[in-house]
Design a protein around this ligand. Structure first.
Ligand SMILES: Cc1cc2nc3c(=O)[nH]c(=O)nc-3n(C[C@H](O)[C@H](O)[C@H](O)COP(=O)(O)O)c2cc1C
Length: 214
C-alpha cells in the first residue's frame, strides 16, 4: 500500500473556479446520480441528471441536491420548477439508462422537454404532477423542504432539500425483501466521476460493519 506523507496545497479562492470544479469532481467520486423529473407552472415536463446528490436524514427521509446556476448566471429549469411547484421526482440511473440520462443534461430551452429529446417515456401521474421516469426502477416522490442559496452566479450552488413523501418501487421488486435493500445488480446504478468518466457498480464487495470487542 502506498502511503502519502507529503502534500502541496491548493487554495480554492486563489484559482479560477472551473479549475477547482474539475479538481473537486475528480476527488469527490463516485457520486450517485439523481435523475430529476419536474414540471413547470405551465405544465411543461423537465428532466435532468444531478450528481451533487445524497441522503441527509432518514427519519424523516430527506435528500439533498445542489443545483448550480448556469454559466450565464441564470437559474436551471429544474430549480425554477421545484421552487414554483414544490414537487419533484428522483429516478435512479442504471448503466442501460446512462446515455439517455446524459442526453437529458443538454442545455435545452425551457420550452423543450428533455423527455422528448432523450426519448424517455414519461409515466403520467395527473395534472401538475411531475411524471415518473420509465427508465428508472425506483422513483422518489419528493416535496421541497427548503432551498438554501449559497450565493449567486456561475459556479454557485443552491442546496435543495426534499422530503421523500413516497418511494415507488418497480413491481418487479414486489416479491423482494425490500426492507433489507434492493440488490445492487438489480439497480445497476452508475456513478459520476471527474471529467466525463462514469463507473459501473457491478464490481461490488461485502465488508461487515466494524465493531468494538467488549
Ligand atoms: C451525470 C451528470 C450529473 C450532473 N450533476 C449536476 C449537479 O449535481 N448539479 C448541477 O447543477 N448540474 C449538474 N449537471 C448538469 C445538468 O444536468 C445540466 O445543467 C442540465 O442542463 C440542467 O437542466 P435544466 O436546466 O433542465 O434543469 C449534471 C450533468 C450530468 C451529465
Amino acid at each position: 500500500m502506498t502511503l502519502h506523507t507529503e502534500f502541496f496545497d491548493i487554495h480554492p479562492t486563489n484559482h479560477f473556479w472551473v479549475d477547482i470544479y474539475h479538481l473537486m469532481n475528480s476527488i469527490v467520486q463516485p457520486r450517485p446520480i439523481a435523475w430529476i423529473s419536474s414540471v413547470s407552472e405551465t405544465g411543461r415536463f423537465n428532466l435532468a441528471p444531478f450528481s451533487y446528490f445524497n441522503i441527509c436524514s432518514m427519519n424523516p427521509a430527506i435528500i439533498s441536491n445542489s443545483i448550480f446556476f448556469n454559466r450565464d448566471g441564470s437559474e436551471k429549469d429544474t430549480l425554477k420548477n421545484i421552487k414554483a411547484t414544490g414537487k419533484y421526482v428522483v429516478g435512479t440511473v442504471s448503466f442501460q439508462a446512462a446515455e439517455k440520462a446524459n442526453a437529458s443534461s443538454a442545455p435545452y430551452d425551457s420550452n423543450v422537454s428533455e423527455f422528448d429529446e432523450a426519448k424517455v417515456q414519461p409515466i403520467l401521474r395527473g395534472h401538475g404532477e411531475p411524471p415518473f421516469i420509465s427508465e428508472s426502477p425506483v422513483q422518489l416522490e419528493c416535496e421541497l423542504n427548503q432551498t438554501i442559496p449559497l450565493g449567486q452566479g456561475a459556479g454557485v450552488g443552491t442546496l435543495v432539500l426534499g422530503n421523500v413523501r413516497n418511494i415507488h418501487l418497480s413491481t418487479q421488486l414486489k416479491d423482494s425483501e425490500w426492507q433489507k435493500g434492493i440488490a445492487p445488480e438489480f439497480m445497476g446504478n452508475v456513478g459520476r466521476m471527474g471529467e466525463d468518466f462514469y463507473t459501473k457498480t457491478s464490481d461490488v464487495f461485502r465488508m461487515p460493519r466494524a465493531t468494538v470487542d467488549k
